[in-house]
Design a protein around this ligand. Structure first.
Ligand code: FEO
Length: 404
């Protein structure tokens, strides 16, 4: 593997995972990368490691630059195994290495490894490490997205190593945002950022705003942001910070997504007049069938639109299981600033639409009610009711959207 010097004497020594399609339950159709960085300074320092499957790739990358036994410091910004499971390999190659980590990070490592002979230096926000010409400052970012998380700022390089924050799951031969935009597109990059944010960071919008404000107060001069996944931001690093602020502030497109499942196509048939009603109010509408769509894609599409209609047939007086699963997943992500309604079909007792609203009321969402339901199969009259329901919903979405 060829390494890459991203700043003078600072090298990307990570790995490209072209084949991962299931990242602990999230689909990653474009693979991902595990980025880590080697500082060839007076004190040679490695920032983060990689997932265990790629330990050899990382080690070979390092060996192409320096004998690993000469690495003096290892900074661990985040202990999730996709970044920290390579630690034991590094310690075995450089047994006297000192690990710079937050207190909660060390507690986590103690559960994953026998750390009794490892050297640790516990750090908190503002603590520094001078490696020679470079000085590293640590910035704790608890719950972004684990309790142990932190970032590392290298002042003389104007470089922020941001661990998961600002990352994307993209395997590519490009290492920088501008290269990728040239070979793919800005839209593809934006979509990957939203996918990552929606599925991992959605619950932490308030924390993100606070932490970005804290970082801005520190007055750091940043001209490159290097996350631990995907592309490095060098073209305009301010744009990804602004994008995160927009996402945290609830910015979305004025559109509606319909997320549904169906047993004998009745609920599916309802989506047609619903979609037309929304389109006729001048809004784009995406329709997603849950069992045909990975959960994380449905979550991303939910997050991209201001409004969402959830459709479910009734099964045993309850929501259809795939719809219940989606709503459980969504609730855990603590969504805000979106408006939601429900529709569905039933054969005798009903219950799916009622249960959908019970789920909505456990979330901080604007709820549009009552929902709409049809017996067995939508009649022509039912289709008209669905169309009118969707137009009413779309008008409400437009009104709600004005505050953002
Ligand atoms: Fe990429 Fe939270 O690990």
């Amino acid at each position: 593997m060829k390494t890459l010097e991203i700043k003078p004497d600072i090298f990307w020594v990570g790995a490209i995972d072209w084949s991962v399609r299931d990242f602990h339950g999230y689909v990653t159709p474009n693979g991902t990368t595990y980025n880590n960085y080697l500082l060839m300074d007076e004190q040679i320092t490695l920032v983060d490691t990689v997932k265990y499957d790629f330990e050899k790739v990382m080690t070979d990358n390092i060996i192409s630059i320096v004998d690993p036994s000469k690495i003096k410091n290892l900074v661990i910004n985040h202990i999730e195994p996709d970044h920290a499971s390579g630690i034991a390999r590094i310690v075995s190659l450089s047994p006297d290495i000192t690990i710079y980590i937050t207190a909660k990070g060390k507690k986590g490592l103690d559960r994953h490894f026998d750390t009794s002979n490892w050297n640790f230096k516990i750090v908190k926000t503002g603590d520094t490490l001078n490696t020679g010409k470079y000085s590293l400052m640590f910035i704790e970012t608890p719950m972004l997205h684990w309790p142990d998380s932190m970032m590392t700022y290298i002042k003389e390089a104007k470089l922020l190593i941001s661990q998961d924050a600002f990352g994307q799951h993209i395997a590519t031969s490009s290492r920088f945002d501008d290269e990728y935009i040239e070979s793919a597109s800005q839209a593809e990059l934006d979509d990957s950022v939203i996918d990552y944010y929606a599925n991992i960071l959605m619950p932490f919008g308030q924390l993100i705003k606070t932490k970005i404000a804290d970082i801005q107060k520190l007055g750091l001069d940043i001209d490159m942001i290097a996350p631990d996944h995907g592309l490095i931001w060098r073209k305009n690093p301010g744009s990804i910070i602004q994008k995160y602020l927009d996402l945290a502030n609830g910015k979305s497109s004025l559109s509606v997504c319909i997320i549904f499942d169906t047993m004998w196509h009745s609920t599916e048939l309802m989506t047609i007049p619903l979609m037309h009603g929304i389109k006729d109010e001048g809004m784009d509408c995406k329709v997603i069938k849950l069992r045909a769509t990975p959960m994380s894609v449905a979550i991303k599409e939910f997050w991209k639109s201001r409004g969402c209609l959830i459709g479910s047939p009734t099964l045993n007086n309850l929501l259809y299981p795939s719809v219940a699963e989606f709503l459980t997943h969504l609730r855990g992500l603590r969504p805000e600033n979106r408006i939601i309604g429900a529709f569905g079909s039933y054969g005798w007792g009903g219950g799916a639409v009622r249960e959908a609203y019970e789920a909505f009321n456990k979330m901080k969402l604007e709820v549009f009610e009552p929902g709409i339901q049809v017996l067995y199969k939508p009649s022509i009259e039912d289709e008209t009711k669905c169309y009118d329901f969707a137009r009413d919903f779309a008008r409400k979405v437009k009104e709600y959207h004005k505050q953002f």
